[in-house]
Design a binder for this molecule. Structure first.
Ligand code: NAD
Length: 242
């Protein structure tokens, strides 16, 4: 028997990168997976247990309609991976309101939209698990990552707040904080020199892979983590151990 047999999972930011790896891992371990992304062209998972759905997670109407559609089709949602996220490089005097708001709309508000729509269904079914992809950038500052740092700090605190509220509902809520993960579109926007410098500063001497993050996310979603909620789980090759 596989770990996620009979479970229905929603993954946001699922076209590629960390979200794509989470989709593949869950499907390989028995879950039926709804892969959600705004990028229709890139959302092309080809696995019998995966359905691809285009959804802008920052659009409350789209999120509510998507959740209603998934409930009508699958009858349950057991696992929610709030993984979609964007970064922005602006020091404070240069911050453009629309950029700040765009980062917060996806990295924080969209997490709330999904959780708000799904928690009542999890509660009615007797429980569930939510995993929010935060970042070590929610725990420590980075040069120029103002909105990103602030938004990831917010999602860490929101994770704790949800965990406290929904322990009674048997809904576990945890956050995953990746370090530098190679090969994703987000990391592709960082210069090769900066990636090398990060890797050198990492005690394990390298960046991580999306598959290594998917392994931790799947653990947090599984019954192996049945006594974990409100946990902020760092998977960064030791970068923040300094
Ligand atoms: P990525 O850019 O490869 O993936 C993000 C995905 O989110 C993309 O497929 C994108 O199309 C999708 N997306 C963007 N806006 C959306 C929207 N409005 N609705 C639905 N989907 C949307 O990045 P990644 O590196 O795989 O990042 C995944 C998560 O991991 C993010 O939350 C990111 O902040 C976090 N993270 C990444 C790293 C890293 O080093 N790559 C480190 C720490 C945390």
């Amino acid at each position: 028997m596989a770990r996620f047999d009979g479970k229905v999972a929603l993954v946001t930011g699922a076209a590629a990168g960390i979200g794509g790896a989470i989709v593949r891992r869950l499907a390989d371990e028995g879950a039926r997976v709804v892969a959600l992304d705004i990028d229709a062209a890139a959302l092309v998972h080809d696995h019998p247990a995966v359905v691809n759905r285009v959804c802008d997670m920052t659009d409350r109407g789209q999120v509510d309609a998507m959740v209603a559609g998934v409930m009508a089709e699958f009858g349950r949602i057991d696992l929610l991976f709030n993984n979609a996220g964007i970064g922005m490089l602006e020091e404070t005097p240069d911050i453009q309101d629309e950029n700040w708001e765009r980062v917060f709309r996806l990295n924080v508000t969209a997490v709330m939209y999904a959780a708000r729509a799904i928690i009542p269904h999890m509660r009615a079914a007797g429980g569930g698990a939510i995993i929010n992809t935060a970042s070590i950038s929610g725990l420590a500052g980075d040069y120029g990552h103002t909105a990103y740092n602030a938004s990831k700090g917010a999602v860490i605190q929101y994770t704790r707040a949800m965990a406290i509220d929904h322990g009674k509902d048997n809904i576990r809520v945890n956050a995953l904080c990746p370090g530098l993960i190679l090969g994703t579109r987000m990391t592709g926007r960082i210069s090769a020199r900066a990636q090398e410098a990060w890797a050198e500063a990492t005690p394990l001497g390298r960046g991580g892979t999306a598959e290594e993050m998917a392994a931790v996310a799947a653990f947090l979603a599984s019954d192996d983590a049945s006594y974990m909620t409100g946990s902020i789980v760092v998977a960064d090759g030791g970068l923040t151990a300094h």
